[in-house]
Design a protein around this ligand. Structure first.
Ligand code: ADP
Ligand code: MG
Length: 343
């Protein structure tokens, strides 16, 4: 279509935020993921998520973290405003889950957001209305509650892509599950329509990780998996590798983390899969929870707005470490399988 040349205009702020929000917020679970990241970055030890209509009508995430002082609450909702990095050098070795300073701004542009927070030293909490900017005293113990109502109310096109409440709820629970596996030291509770649907208590002690795996993925998962613990140079790989018999038809129980962040990463998936090559047949998918730890400067987490993808400086190094780690864990079951085949 040939259209008369229109002038080039700078977009209004609100529209810029709404466009950017499209990259970060696809569905209620995306909001849950961002709010969980923030709560964990604030040092929360107990996180409570309350949902209504699968998160479309309401997402409320409550933490007992550091809180935000009232003078900073409006800034927290601004685009590219963050307390987590202040320089390129800090970005290159970032240790927090967040750092882009865009989640709250994005969410605020496509939903009704309210921020309720009480920082240490404050005699009371404060509540900020994201729409009007009104700040007023409120009641709350130390920590932050972010309330997000009517997601996509102003973006009907997006709202149409949402699935049933039950499906959206399942995605929200999955988002919490991913965080919970990595943080057994934090307690999580999920409520939907006023009913408690999941609760994972804080774990401590040496077997905290295993206890959390059993809580989140079931005792069977733990019983049918083997501990992974391997260090190759600067890369450490820990977690659980499922026995060949525990493999599934779908790759829906593969949890991979890089420096505590849940990721979808081809290098890790391929390395793990190749360790199972001789013990898994057909299209059976292994199950595992793998934590890859390496110097933050050797991995770029600023690849995708949702930070679910990472780029390794040396992919081969990570591939080898993961493959060896899983290989080692599978040594005993592999020997048993081979012995069985020989008789
Ligand atoms: P980012 O996490 O990338 O910094 P966000 O938009 O998610 O960007 O959050 C902006 C800022 O608001 C954070 O840097 C943090 O200082 C503050 N903040 C957000 N959520 C919380 C929370 N639950 N507890 C304490 N501070 C928070
Ligand atoms: Mg954030």
């Amino acid at each position: 279509m040939s259209q008369a040349r229109r002038p080039i205009l700078e977009l209004p702020d609100e529209l810029i935020s709404q466009i950017a929000a499209g990259e970060v917020v696809e569905r209620p679970a995306s909001v849950v993921r961002e709010l969980l990241d923030n709560a964990l970055d604030a040092g929360a030890t107990q996180i409570t998520l309350r949902l209504s209509a699968g998160g479309v009508r309401l997402i409320s995430l409550e933490d007992d973290g550091d809180g935000i002082v009232p003078e900073q609450m409006a800034t927290a909702l601004k685009r590219h405003a963050t307390s987590k990095i202040a320089s390129l050098a800090e970005l290159e070795a970032v240790g927090t889950m967040g750092f882009r300073g865009e989640a709250l701004a994005a969410i605020n542009s496509i939903a009704e957001l309210a921020l309720l927070s009480r920082a240490a030293g404050q005699s009371n909490a404060w509540m900020l209305d994201g729409r009007t900017g009104e700040l007023k005293p409120a009641a709350r113990a130390g920590g932050t509650t972010v309330e997000v109502k009517e997601l996509f109310f102003s973006v009907p096109a997006r709202r149409k892509f949402l699935k049933t409440d039950a499906t959206e709820l399942a995605h929200c629970i999955e988002a919490v599950r991913r965080h919970a596996l990595a943080r057994p030291d934090v307690g999580f509770a999920i409520w939907h329509e006023g009913k408690l649907v999941e609760q994972w208590r804080r774990q401590s002690g040496e077997d905290a990780r295993d206890r959390r795996v059993a809580d989140v993925l079931g005792e069977d998962f733990l019983a049918n998996s083997i501990a992974v613990d391997h260090r190759a140079g600067a890369v450490r790989v820990t977690g659980r590798a499922g026995l060949p018999d525990a493999a599934r038809s779908r790759a829906d129980q593969q949890f991979a983390y890089v420096n505590g962040r849940f990721v979808r990463d081809k290098v890790i998936v391929h390395a793990a899969r190749s360790a199972y090559e001789d013990v898994l047949h057909g299209h059976r998918q292994p199950v595992y929870v793998l934590f890859v730890e390496l110097d933050p400067a050797r991995v770029d987490v600023n690849v995708h707005p949702t930070k679910i993808e990472v780029r390794f400086r040396d992919g081969r190094e990570v591939h080898q470490a993961v493959r060896h780690a899983v290989d080692q864990a599978l040594a005993a079951p592999r020997a048993a399988l081979l012995a069985q085949a020989a008789t």
